[in-house]
Design a protein around this ligand. Structure first.
Ligand SMILES: Cc1ncc(COP(=O)(O)O)c(C=O)c1O
Length: 421
């Protein structure tokens, strides 16, 4: 391999595993002419199978497939009855969907700092809770989690519900327990960047029957359905407003096949992830992301914390020049500051407090007057700002070869030596 050619394959993990099983399952739905989940001429029940696989995988009572992770977040917040007058606590390392779900619910996002696990800092969570707090959104970012056990404990001690966002850590676990089993509700995404994919899709899991029943109504047309898949309108408790986010059978067919491969996908990434962290260890001044349970990391990212922003930029420039880049389609070996809407202060709609309508809701809502002096610009979260400014991000595609992995390590070590680290 030439030194200047891109060393890294593109980063969309599940896509590498799309094969005969997915083709066969999708074809089955097409031949049955039954792409709708609730009825059809010859329903194949792939959505049911997928939900069953998630219930079993996570040991949860309920699973509800939806059409995206973003929709899953909105539906879960609706099920938890979040609205004007409420605030949702969420970390500064997140995805734009996490904030938009809160704002679209009419509630107020309240930012919590992160620690060097890149997960919510439990101590800051405790400081940030107010009488308006209703839900803690615990977001498992870049393949793994942080002190999730403490975060759940603190939230429950304050009678707050936990919505666990596991979009970026599907198939991961923490000390033997699957991520997605910690929150009162948890969500997943099956968008292309995720550990398994159908291009689009999402999942909500929970144990509480009422939360589940409300989520079912909200994800559909506001009402439950009977065994024939027809809407039921005579249950007063479930005469709600739906948001049209059902999963279809074609997506589910693909996802049933992908779910069976998920553990192989994460095992492949985890192995490479460990190889990279081990190979880069010992570079003076470099501190890797703190991973509390490396065996539970689903593996898609390696985060490298450099002594300062300048060193971070110089290491990236040197290693990119030596070939640590992907082909034209992918994103890799970048400073975290360029990680777009994953960083709270890069989200202009948030920093500018843009409303969901011309009246400026939810910020202008009198029920939310308590949040008038909340700010969201850079400077709001000291630890997050510091970590973002000097961390570089490598994605770890399952197709990365051991040879490329070792070449990458050698390039980083050489660049560090050249910088006198
Ligand atoms: C942390 C997180 N939450 C939610 C989502 C939303 O998922 P989707 O793209 O399926 O709407 C994503 C991914 O895009 C994400 O990374």
């Amino acid at each position: 391999m030439s030194e200047k050619s891109p060393l890294l394959p593109y980063e969309w993990p599940g896509s590498y595993y799309i094969g005969e099983e997915e083709i066969e399952a999708v074809t089955r739905v097409l031949l049955a002419r039954s792409p709708f989940r609730f009825y059809g001429p010859d329903l194949q029940h792939y959505v049911d199978q997928l939900e069953d696989a998630y219930r079993k995988r996570l040991g949860r009572a309920h699973a509800l497939a939806v059409n995206s992770g973003t929709a899953a977040l909105s539906i879960a917040l609706s099920a938890m009855d979040v609205g004007p007058g409420d605030e949702v606590l969420l970390p500064g390392y997140l995805w734009v969907s996490c904030v938009s779900a809160v704002v679209r619910a009419g509630a107020i996002p309240r930012l919590v700092d992160i620690d060097d696990t890149f997960f919510m800092d439990p101590d800051d969570l405790e400081r940030k809770i107010t009488p308006h707090s209703k839900v803690v959104m615990a977001i498992n970012m870049s393949g793994t989690t942080g002190h999730i056990d403490r975060v759940v404990e603190i939230a429950h001690a304050h009678n707050l519900l936990v919505l666990e966002d596991t979009a970026q850590a599907n198939g991961a676990s923490f000390r033997g327990r699957p991520l997605g089993s910690f929150g009162d509700m948890a969500i997943f995404s099956f968008q292309l960047n995720k550990n398994m994919t159908a291009g689009e899709g999402g999942m909500i899991v929970c144990d509480d029957q009422r939360l589940y029943d409300r989520a079912v109504a909200f994800h559909d047309l506001g009402y439950p359905r009977n065994a024939q898949g027809r809407l039921v309108t005579d249950q007063p408790e479930y005469q709600l407003w739906g948001q049209g986010s059902r999963m279809n059978e074609l997506s589910a067919a693909m996802l049933v096949a992908q779910e069976r491969k998920l553990d192989a996908i994460t095992a492949a990434m985890r192995r490479l992830n460990h190889r990279l962290y081990a190979g880069l260890a010992g570079i003076a001044g470099l501190r890797p992301r703190r991973v509390l349970d490396p065996e539970g990391d689903s593996g898609p990212f390696v985060l490298l914390i450099w002594p300062d922003a300048e060193t971070c930029q110089r290491m990236i420039a040197a290693t990119r020049a030596a070939g640590v880049v992907t082909g034209p389609l992918g994103i890799n070996n970048i400073p975290m500051t360029e990680w777009g809407l994953h960083l709270y202060y890069n989200n202009v709609s948030l920093t500018e407090k843009r409303g969901v309508n011309s009246a400026g809701r939810p910020w202008s809502d009198p029920a939310n007057a308590f949040a008038a002096d909340y700010t969201y610009g850079r400077g709001t979260l000291k630890q997050a700002d510091d970590l973002f400014s000097r961390t570089s991000l490598l994605s770890v595609p399952p197709a990365l070869t051991d040879e490329a992995c070792d070449r990458l390590i050698a390039i980083f070590r050489q660049a560090a030596a050249n910088l006198g680290l």
